[in-house]
Design a binder for this molecule. Structure first.
Ligand SMILES: *[C@@H]1O[C@H](CO)[C@@H](O)[C@H](O)[C@H]1NC(C)=O
Length: 468
């Protein structure tokens, strides 16, 4: 039967009928299918390889490369892959689009994974998930430092962030850094939550609290705050948010990976602002602009350019072609440099040439640019309302402002203290944060609270959130 179908399809008659009509489409299809399949399989899986790339973006605290512009074919391919893998881009879309995508996410991986699951089930060493769900809570097997067999599969999903020790080894701790973006991800968590130690980490918007960003997906207030036995949080008053049972540590991704000391550069600008990936095509109205509080930036610019005659750099407020830029007050003409999204080193160079980094955002979880600037010995002008990252600010590292009411005073105080050399940002941040200090702290937190849940590889001294 199959043989006959094959012959019928490859017969000269059939070929003649089909080929002249769609030779191009057939070729394209033949080329595109394996390419998309390969991208889907390899791209998000290569976590260790991605570390370096991702750190490039960290400079502007962006989770999104601006090469992925809607409309370009790369963007479409990317969105296809994203929707399959449900990576963070989703949050950039409007909620309507997000619904569309999450419904595809639900359908596609469910079916495409089922084949993989079957294969997994057949392979030795894996445990049938169905069987486990039906069992009552199993009596605990002896803990092993050996990496859980499901680890690789889990960390391919965006919310699951791996943890490594100082030797670069993965450990059986998984950080959950964002809301689940598909039912599949929630199911994975439910399936493995007894065997791996899942801890929450705030690194995405207001998570574990629902985001006020109008461009973000919403979830119930109590959905994530009590879901994990421990949480790496960023809040001033965590007791108001988390149930008592959750073990807490004030710790963020931005506590780690500080840049090394760099030679001084001549001061050229008063300030730098990192817009990460602003919604330039929409005059800075969108997810990223909300996260960076762009509306306040414009108000503050009136004061800084207009009243105080200051100069500055607004990073990633211009499109990649360098043509369109987010609009700024006319008084800033000739005083403000707007740049496209920059590689980390270029961004660092602007920061090093500035008197301070301007951090006006509120709903942006502990932006990495804050500790990066401090490590480059540049103080911060920070919005007091920033949900995470406020802990880096003190009289050695910069000034707070609350709103436009006390903004002028804060700017003036900061400029005076810079002039009189009263800050010591690098000294303070490297004494209190960085891989050694925070890596030890994370290892202690895990050991002191979860010794019954996880065994770390022999000799582990430090733990790092990895691949972010
Ligand atoms: C921007 O900052 C101002 C001043 O702190 C604050 O009142 C406002 O709510 C912030 N807006 C956003 C979107 O974060």
């Amino acid at each position: 039967m199959l043989v006959r179908v094959y012959y019928a399809l490859t017969s000269r008659k059939c070929r003649r009928a089909v080929l002249p009509v769609y030779p191009c489409r057939i070729l394209c299809l033949l080329l595109a299918c394996p390419a998309v399949f390969l991208a889907w399989q390899l791209w998000p899986a290569a976590f260790p390889l991605q570390d370096a790339d991702v750190r490039e973006y960290a400079g502007v605290a962006s989770r999104v490369s601006q090469e992925w512009r809607p409309g370009s074919s790369r963007a479409r391919a990317h969105h296809l892959v994203e929707s399959l893998r449900s990576r963070p881009q989703l949050s950039k879309l409007t909620s309507k689009k997000e619904e569309e995508i999450s419904s595809t996410t639900r359908k596609i991986p469910a079916s495409s994974n089922s084949a993989k699951n079957l294969r997994k089930l057949a392979s030795p060493g894996s445990v049938a998930p169905m069987a486990r769900e039906q069992q009552p809570a199993p009596s605990k097997p002896a803990l092993s430092a050996k990496l859980h067999p499901a680890h690789g599969r889990l960390i391919r999903e965006y919310p699951f962030q791996p943890v490594r020790n100082e030797r670069g080894e993965f450990v059986n701790v998984i950080l959950v850094r964002s809301p689940f973006r598909s039912r599949h991800q929630k199911e994975l968590f439910d399936q493995y939550k007894q065997e791996l130690l899942f801890l929450g980490i705030s690194s995405f918007e207001d998570y574990p609290q629902p985001p006020p960003n109008p461009f973000s997906g919403k979830f119930p207030k109590d959905e994530y705050v009590g879901l994990f036995p421990g949480f790496l949080h960023m809040l001033r008053e965590p007791a108001k948010i988390f149930p008592e049972t959750v073990k807490l540590v004030l710790m963020s991704q931005s506590d780690f990976s500080l840049p090394p000391p760099q030679p001084k550069m001549a001061t050229k600008y008063d300030f730098t602002f990192s817009g990460s990936d602003q919604d330039v095509h929409n005059d800075c109205v969108g997810w990223s602009s909300y996260a960076k509080n762009w509306t306040f930036v414009k108000t503050a610019l009136e004061v800084m350019c207009g009243e105080l005659g200051m100069t500055g750099v607004l990073v990633a407020t211009k499109d990649k072609q360098g043509r369109r830029a987010c609009s700024i007050p006319p008084s800033c003409k000739g005083k403000i440099l707007q740049t496209k999204f920059l590689a980390q080193n270029e961004f660092f160079d602007y920061v090093r040439q500035s008197k301070f980094l301007f951090v006006p955002q509120v709903h942006d979880a502990s932006p990495r640019v804050t500790t990066q600037a401090l490590a480059l010995d540049v103080p911060l002008l920070m919005n007091w309302n920033l949900i995470g990252g406020w802990k880096y600010l003190n009289d050695k590292t910069g000034e707070f402002f609350h709103d436009i009411g006390d903004f002028r005073d804060s700017v003036k105080r900061l400029l005076r203290k810079v002039e009189e050399d009263e800050y010591s940002p690098r000294k303070w941040v490297t004494t209190n944060y960085g891989d050694q200090v925070s890596g030890t702290r994370l290892r202690q937190f895990v050991e002191e609270n979860f010794a019954d849940r996880v065994k770390l590889p022999e000799g582990t001294r430090l733990l790092f959130p990895s691949g972010a």
